[in-house]
Write a protein that binds this ligand. Structure first.
Ligand code: CTP
Ligand code: MG
Length: 215
């Protein structure tokens, strides 16, 4: 059994327009877009939202996903999601990335089957420098990390439990698996997996939605 877990409980503080998952891009909320991406590809979808989002999220999802309450941090929301499913394979995807294709999901599922842990990543096109020294980094060695990420249940639970006990935090779940000393397979993501963080990202998402929805 495969579960898709969607942390969507964030406040969207940097955008300043209320919870990001409830923002609409071309007529559909980020929450609806993230859930729809997984339908038919996994056995269940579980979404973490904040308490105040529950009435709206319940109406929007109309039974397509199970809703639970998230926590104060993304990591805590993911822990709550992990506690809410018994699935042997877990995919974790941020509601803030609305353009997720079936191809990407399939690649991650295949890599989880083969390796136990997998993340989508992208090569970096820009030149990368350290801001203080101006020193250039070798971008051929670097990757930008996206979601979805996928794991065997036992591995991601152990990583989150040990991280919680040790007070270790990471901005992504694969980071906790690596901290545990376990390898994470890297599969190719997509420029469509841009994360909506600030106002300009939302403007770009509106423009992209036309091509995405029309495809
Ligand atoms: N998230 C969550 N629980 C939290 C914080 C974040 O489930 N306590 C989720 C967000 O809803 C989002 C994903 O984690 O889907 C990535 O977080 P981010 O892009 O930082 O979203 P927000 O935390 O909402 O934005 P901000 O940091 O600007 O407040
Ligand atoms: Mg945040």
């Amino acid at each position: 059994m495969i579960a898709a877990l969607i942390p969507a409980a964030g406040e969207g503080a940097r955008l300043g327009r209320g919870p990001k998952a409830l923002l609409e891009v071309a007529g559909k909320t980020l929450l609806e877009r993230a859930v729809a991406a997984f339908l038919g590809q996994v056995d269940e979808v579980v979404v973490a939202v904040s308490a105040s989002m529950i009435p709206t999220a319940t109406r929007l999802l109309a039974g397509r996903a199970r809703l639970i309450e998230g926590g104060a941090t993304r990591q805590q929301s993911v822990m709550n999601l992990l506690m809410a499913t018994n699935a042997e394979r877990i995919l974790i995807h941020d509601a803030a990335r609305p353009f997720l294709s079936r191809e990407v999901i399939s690649r991650v599922i295949a890599a989880v089957e083969a390796y136990g842990a997998a993340s989508v990543v992208m090569p970096v096109a820009d030149t990368l420098i350290e801001s203080e020294s101006g020193r250039a980094l070798d971008r051929s060695l670097l990757r930008a990390v996206q979601t979805p990420q996928g794991f065997r249940r036992t591995l991601i639970l152990e990583a989150h439990r040990q991280a919680l006990a040790a007070g270790v935090t990471a901005t992504d779940d694969a980071g906790l698996v690596r901290w545990l000393g376990q390898p994470v397979a890297l599969v190719t993501g997509s420029p469509w997996l841009m994360k909506i963080t600030a106002t300009d990202d939302l403007v770009m998402a509106h423009a992209l939605a036309e091509a995405w929805d029309g495809a």
